[in-house]
Write a new protein. Structure first.
Length: 539
């Protein structure tokens, strides 16, 4: 049986049918038995080998040695809360494609899709349907989250607004799957230039480009645009979620209030109906409040304690560190999708990664440099061209040897007020602490561990700094598994192992035993104050 190499997971009414049908024209992509298999959100019972066998039987058998791939497209996967973990358990290496459309246009298209099927499915006018969404989905949403076997046609049909809150859906997915397995596509770009988008898709899948002849617009409908007042209210509703999405992905979508010229000839018509929206904003706020209450039990990292400030994004923590030494030069090793790097508010920035997962040309300037090389090659052949950095971020390297080597090399690019932030220093489980991603995923499947985080054995870097760099102090942020390093001699310095070989043999159990000493988490404010005091004292 053949495993799918890719899955288009959403979003609904964002062009997934057109994209899938264009993709399967590529001579090296074989279609599934149908576009939407709905296995992971409807049919999946992974303890039952018969259901898994059914799913795999929907894909063509590919002979060994043939450079062919296959995949499916079920846009309902994106919003389903339990699908990411189910899919990861079966297909941890699958490549995921996501189309995102202006959420206002998506909601309108969703509404007319329902009306087109039957007015009995959606008897309400658009305004009323939006106002009724909290009432329609309140109990359904709670049931979906609490019971992974619950199926809700109400939620599927009437989630006009919720499906457009892409940030929450992608946060769920990207907490399970590594970000490098995602290709995020702006639907409006796909509509305008399908061949350019397809070239990007084929490259993401490791295939040569192919000129697709099919230019059919699938599921195209004609309908009147919504009233501008209604559109304005919805734009205001979605704006904070769109902003969070852009910050999270490091991508500008520039979704405006006015409709995009997406294939829909009725967009030029003028609707004369005037809609009263007096209660809409209040109902939308109440709806979101209900959703937040449901989600809050799973988002402890977003809470605030009485004596600490919470910085949920890596870029927030780095930007705060940058204010301490007035950073003007920033180095990031391990940039990947650029989400953190592109959100750093420092004038001169250098990004190093062997394979960037975004279009660096959109962000490159005279002062922002992207080097697509390994970190070893950077320090060997490129580092001497740059002045010393004020802030250095070592991100997502996953192995003790590589991260420690990069830290040692970066010392030559530092000065007395340089601050480092090292990622992945506090693994959350035995599986997460493995230096091999493949072994990490295998252990997670065995122990049915939820969550896609892989931190590797980077925690050993902290032990090595402790024993071999007494001139540096360090502290670990709460919740996020990141360690801050700065220039300050540790007066209580006393080696614990005195051997890099001994440190390399440390296990996850050793890490747990050192959590109240070497890896003790400290409040954000306390760490920032310590760094500020140390650097000011050295002036």
């Amino acid at each position: 049986m053949t495993l799918p190499s890719f899955i288009i997971i959403g979003a609904q009414k964002c062009g997934t049918t057109s994209l899938y049908n264009y993709m399967i024209e590529h001579p090296q992509i074989l279609p599934a038995s149908m576009k939407e298999l709905h296995f992971f959100n409807w049919r999946s019972k992974q303890e039952d080998t018969k259901t898994v066998d059914w799913y795999l039987s929907q894909f063509p058998t590919i002979p060994h040695g043939k450079n062919l791939i296959t995949g499916e497209a079920t846009p309902d996967y994106l919003i389903d809360p339990h699908t990411p973990q189910r899919m990861f358990n079966l297909l941890p290496d699958v490549k995921l494609i996501v189309l995102l459309r202006n959420p206002i246009d998506r909601a309108v298209s969703h509404y007319h899709h329902n009306r087109g099927i039957s007015k009995k499915r959606e008897p309400l006018p658009f305004r009323k349907a939006i106002e009724k969404e909290p009432e329609r989905l309140n109990i359904e949403k709670e049931k979906l989250i609490s019971d992974e076997n619950y199926r809700s046609l109400f939620h599927r049909n009437y989630s006009y607004l919720e499906r457009g809150i892409y940030i929450e859906q992608l946060e769920n997915w990207m907490s399970i799957f590594p970000r490098e397995q995602f290709l995020i596509i702006k639907s409006e770009d796909f509509y305008a230039n399908p061949n350019i988008t397809l070239k990007e898709v084929f490259e993401f899948l490791g295939l040569p480009n192919h000129q697709v002849k099919n230019n059919r617009k699938y599921n195209e409908r004609s309908y009147q645009p919504i009233d501008e007042k209604m559109r304005s209210t919805l734009a205001e509703y979605f704006q904070p979620y769109n902003q969070r999405l852009e910050e999270y992905l490091g991508v500008k979508f520039n979704w405006a209030m006015s409709p995009y010229p997406e294939p829909n000839p009725a967009h030029n018509l003028q609707q004369k109906q005037h809609i009263s929206l007096s209660n809409l904003a209040c109902k939308l706020d109440n709806y979101q409040s209900q959703l937040e209450k449901i989600k809050s039990s799973n988002e402890s990292s977003k809470t605030k304690s009485n004596n600490s400030i919470v910085f949920n994004r890596r870029s927030d923590r780095l930007n705060q560190l940058a204010t301490i030494n007035q950073s003007s030069k920033y180095l990031e090793i391990g940039v990947s999708g650029g989400i953190t790097f592109n959100a750093i508010n420092i004038k001169n920035k250098v990004a190093v990664d062997p394979k960037f997962r975004f279009n660096t040309k959109e962000y490159a300037t005279e002062n922002v440099v992207f080097l697509e090389v390994t970190s070893d090659e950077f320090f060997r052949n490129h580092a001497h061209y740059f002045q010393r950095f004020d802030l250095i971020y070592l991100d997502g390297l996953h192995t003790f040897e590589q991260t420690f080597r990069d830290f040692c090399a970066s010392v030559s690019l530092s000065h007395p007020k340089t601050i480092w932030l090292i990622d992945d220093t506090c693994p959350g489980s035995y599986a997460q602490a493995q230096s091999s991603l493949k072994y990490c995923n295998k252990l997670k499947r065995i122990y049915q561990e939820k969550g896609g985080a892989w931190m590797g054995d980077v925690f050993k870097v902290v032990a090595a700094m402790h024993d071999f760099f007494p001139q540096f102090s360090f502290a670990t942020f709460p919740e996020h598994g990141q360690t801050v390093v700065w220039n300050e001699w540790r007066k209580d310095f006393q080696p614990l192992w005195n051997s890099l070989e001994a440190i390399s043999r440390l296990k996850y159990l050793d890490f747990l035993e050192l959590q109240e000493t070497l890896f003790k988490r400290e409040p954000y404010k306390k760490i920032f104050d310590k760094v500020k005091y140390a650097l000011n004292s050295s002036s």
